[in-house]
Write a protein of this length. Structure first.
Ligand SMILES: Cc1ncc(COP(=O)(O)O)c(C=O)c1O
Length: 412
């Protein structure tokens, strides 16, 4: 379904003539709090609302985990530990952050390929659950557990034969570095010595940034069938099945928000259908971007305005080094503009607009904040705000590229 262009995210922002308030404060006040532009602001209330709304919609059998990789800002992660049931971590550093946030170790799951002995050992000592991605990881975890005299908590991340169609990033189906191929799992389950480990369950994460409800439904149908099969052939009882997530948020014109209703209805159906197979087994949904992406903005300031052969450039103090995804260099094939707004430093009653290309301070043509957007006329000193920036922002950007100043972050 395509959006009416007049209802695009971009237009929705531009229609608000009044001051942008985020986390209850005007931008100028936030700038004074953090010190200077550029900065990210993450709005606690918005995240809280998003999560409580999702929790009321999800079937009660489903528990919610937050994937820290989406936004690992420590105070945000601490807050998340009070509103979700568990964390997905993808490195030892994220694991330590999760532990220190107060999340119980039973609810921390450590996934991701290439875990070193140091990573595995730390996870075993911490008592979190390793989502193993290969047979090597299983063997190493067992060996290290014996040496430490501790039983590793292990769940198998499965790479199913099916994929999550229409995803921004597909992470299952075909050859993948993630998880153990579905067809190899049966033998592993037969060979495992369940005395040496605490076997917890299965993790099936199929993709990210999906706005297509039918694709998610199809994936869930396949996933529940596979999970039931795995449960049946596992000789011990398990604690959970992690069904992944993949829920996306709209970034670009013509993106429509994900319609959760059919997905939830289908989940309710699947939970009933597989009630016996899933008896006493927790069903975990693991989301990152969907929970935090819309609650963050990236704010920079216009430091120069210049013309070049018919193009008006706004040059800002922030760019690609803080917000790689917005520059189009984090997985986009053709660059599209995130929703961007100009926030005037001084109130401006005029409604004059102009078409501008907004760039950052890096000496590379890749450093684009917005390309050929028609926005309220901006002056040096005005703010340029990139919306939908709460996920895969600061931590997913090459902050040291060209040695520009760091970005500030605030969670309020
Ligand atoms: C294993 C795993 N879990 C969770 C996520 C989070 O995905 P998203 O932020 O799209 O919800 C990812 C993203 O790559 C992932 O690889």
């Amino acid at each position: 379904m395509k959006n009416n262009p007049t209802n695009s995210l971009q237009d929705q922002i531009n229609k608000k003539n009044n001051e942008l308030i985020i986390a209850g404060l005007p931008l100028a006040h936030i700038e004074k709090l953090v010190g200077s532009t550029p900065f990210y602001v993450y709005d606690k209330q918005k995240i809280n609302d998003k999560i409580s709304n999702l929790k009321t919609l999800l079937p009660k059998e489903i528990t919610l985990h937050y994937a820290i990789k989406a936004n690992p800002f420590p105070s945000l992660v601490h807050f998340m530990s009070t509103v979700v049931n568990g964390f997905d971590v993808a490195s030892k550093k994220e694991m330590l952050l999760a532990m220190q946030s107060g999340m119980k170790k039973e609810h921390i799951c450590y996934a991701g390929p290439g875990k070193t002995h140091d990573d595995l050992q730390a996870a075993i000592i911490a008592g979190v659950t390793l989502h193993v991605e290969s047979t090597t990881e299983i063997e190493s975890a067992i060996k290290l557990g014996k040496a430490l005299n501790l039983k590793p908590n292990i769940a198998i991340r499965v790479n199913p034969v099916f994929e999550l169609k229409a995803s921004g990033m597909k992470m299952s189906g075909g050859a993948k570095p993630f998880g153990i191929d579905e067809e190899l799992v049966e033998n592993i389950l037969t060979d495992l010595n369940y005395q040496e480990i605490n076997f917890r369950g299965f993790h099936i994460f199929s993709g990210s940034q999906n706005l297509n409800a039918q694709a998610i439904i199809d994936c869930h149908n396949n996933l529940f069938a596979l999970a039931a099969k795995l449960i049946k052939i596992t000789p011990v009882s398990i604690d959970y099945i992690n069904i992944g997530g993949g829920f996306g948020i709209p970034y670009f014109n013509n993106d429509s928000p994900l319609d959760l209703n059919p997905i939830i209805q289908n989940l309710e159906f699947l939970i009933k259908e597989y009630k016996q197979a899933f008896n006493n087994i927790e069903i975990i949904m693991e989301l990152g971007r969907y929970l935090v992406g819309e609650a963050g903005i990236y704010v920079s300031k216009v430091v120069d305005k210049k013309q070049s052969r018919g193009t008006t450039y706004l040059v800002c103090d922030g760019g690609l080094h803080h917000h790689l995804a917005n520059s189009g260099n984090f997985g986009q094939v053709i660059r599209k503009n995130y929703p961007v707004s100009i926030e005037k430093k001084k109130p401006d009653p005029t409604t004059n607009k102009e078409t501008v290309t907004i760039v950052g301070p890096l000496c590379t043509p890749l450093d684009i904040l917005a390309d050929k957007l028609t926005l309220p006329k901006a002056s040096i000193g005005d703010y340029v705000v990139v919306h939908q920036s709460g996920a895969y922002g600061a931590s997913a950007s090459p902050k040291d590229f060209l040695s520009q100043p760091d970005v500030y972050e605030i969670f309020i």
